[in-house]
Design a protein around this ligand. Structure first.
Ligand SMILES: [Fe+2]
Length: 433
């Protein structure tokens, strides 16, 4: 080839490669969410969560200690034909005193229905939609949210998708001991979290313990009460719930998890109640991923995985969702570090947009169990179409909401030979004291 022609070819190839190269966006600043002065009994930071079959827990905060914990609700705007009363809590943390935190359970509610409600007898009317009784049901998934410009971008994307329940595998506010940041996070998520149930589990940023001064999870447990009592657990750090043919177990990466622990005992009891005829799908969420090929937090989930993976494998868990690593990764079906057709699909979705930025470095070569990995902010959507098929998609914040950067059909293990093969294995594990 002529030298001139060769130079021209090299130029075209290099400029094409440069055009295709992905330019990683810069971190975005923390949001400024100013205190909006209202009367002291005005309901703030409203969010809802599932609280047993056909029931919903409404949580909000008032400055006024004597504000009532009533929720008025009904199926027509401004016409409340039902009312429920709840409980309150509050906490102090060094020089900070929280407002009064109200938790009120409403129901029984109709499935797949819009309700209008008002908290404490005043303030704005909110609107919520209950999940359907059966398939299809769609979950939005994003962990490690924080409260930056990227968090806002993630929430805006989620707001555009039609979903029934939000699943959050840990690390909510990134308050990191500065308690008023829990309040600003509550204000940031209220538009979404007051309209659809937010089901969360804890991450390391929820711990906030101070040796000799403060126990862990004081703020998280006070503000984000989940249905642990309804699911036979004695800790808000691990619980389960059922919705539209799906049994979902929320585990605690920061609670004891060895085989002699209370969490392990509860997990066995919960699995023994799962009826895969009623709930053909079984999902598990926790914060620290077991399958992670990012250099960030490498190996941190190993002890929990050693303790609990055999039990989840025997139980034919379809899907495991984790956070912690600020990036996205999806595995093949996997067990004990190797691809296994009877294992779970593991997804790390800690890419909600927090202040710490993205985790950009990966171990190479890519492990054989890892199917897709990318360090970008985004969220996941999981549409469980029927008892056998679910569609998972991952949406990058850089793209428009309809763009799917990764997607896959997942079939339930209940329809596979694995499920029948492992029946005895599970029975033996659950019967072992
Ligand atoms: Fe984390």
């Amino acid at each position: 080839m002529e030298p001139k022609l060769l130079l021209m070819v090299l130029f075209i190839v290099s400029s094409t490669a440069a055009a295709a190269q992905y330019i990683r966006p810069l971190p975005r600043k923390a949001l400024h969410l100013p205190w909006d002065s209202k009367s002291s009994s005005y309901p703030q930071q409203v969010h809802i969560s599932l609280a047993g079959d056909r029931h919903m827990r409404v949580t909000w905060i008032t400055d006024d200690k004597s504000a009532p914990s009533t929720v008025e609700y009904g199926t027509l705007p401004g016409q409340y034909d039902s009312v429920a009363d709840g409980e309150t809590t509050s906490y102090s943390y060094l020089f900070y005193s929280s407002g009064t935190i109200h938790h009120t359970v409403i129901g029984p509610l109709e499935y797949n229905y819009v309700y209008y409600y008002r908290c404490g007898g005043q303030g704005p009317e909110f609107q919520l939609k209950t999940p359907p009784a059966q398939f299809p049901i769609t979950f939005a998934v994003a962990g490690d949210l924080g409260q930056t410009g990227w968090t806002k971008s993630t929430l805006d994307h989620i707001d555009q998708c039609k979903y029934n329940v939000h699943l959050l595998p840990g690390d909510l506010s990134y308050a990191d001991y500065i308690q008023h940041r829990w309040d600003s996070f509550g204000r940031l998520v209220q538009p979404l979290a007051s309209a659809r149930p937010w089901m969360v589990t804890q991450g390391n940023h929820e711990v906030e313990s101070i040796p000799l001064l403060k126990d862990g999870f004081v703020s998280y447990n006070s503000r984000w009460k989940m249905p642990f009592e309804e699911s036979g657990s004695n800790s808000n750090l691990y619980y389960s719930f059922e919705v539209a043919g799906v049994h979902i177990i929320m585990l605690g990466s920061y609670a004891d998890y060895d085989e002699y622990s209370e969490q392990y005992r509860w997990l066995k009891a919960d699995l023994s109640k799962v009826d895969r005829k009623r709930t053909p799908w079984l999902f598990v969420l926790f914060h620290v991923p077991w399958y992670n090929s990012n250099t960030a937090h490498q190996g941190e989930g190993a002890d929990m995985m050693t303790a609990m993976e055999p039990l989840l494998y025997a139980a034919s868990v379809d899907l495991v969702l984790a956070g912690h690593v600020h990036a996205y990764e999806r595995s093949k079906r996997v067990y004990n570090g190797r691809p296994d057709p009877c294992g779970s699909v593991h997804i790390t979705i800690g890419d909600g947009g927090n202040k710490e930025g993205l985790a950009a470095r990966y171990i190479n070569p890519q492990p054989i169990w890892s199917e897709f990995r990318e360090s970008s902010f985004g969220h996941g959507e999981l549409k469980v179409v029927n008892s056998t098929h679910a569609f998972w998609s991952w949406h990058r914040n850089d793209d428009d909401e309809p763009v799917k950067s990764d997607d896959i059909w997942i079939s339930s293990l209940t329809g596979s030979e694995c499920f029948d093969q492992k029946r005895n294995e599970l029975r033996n594990k659950l019967m072992t004291p």
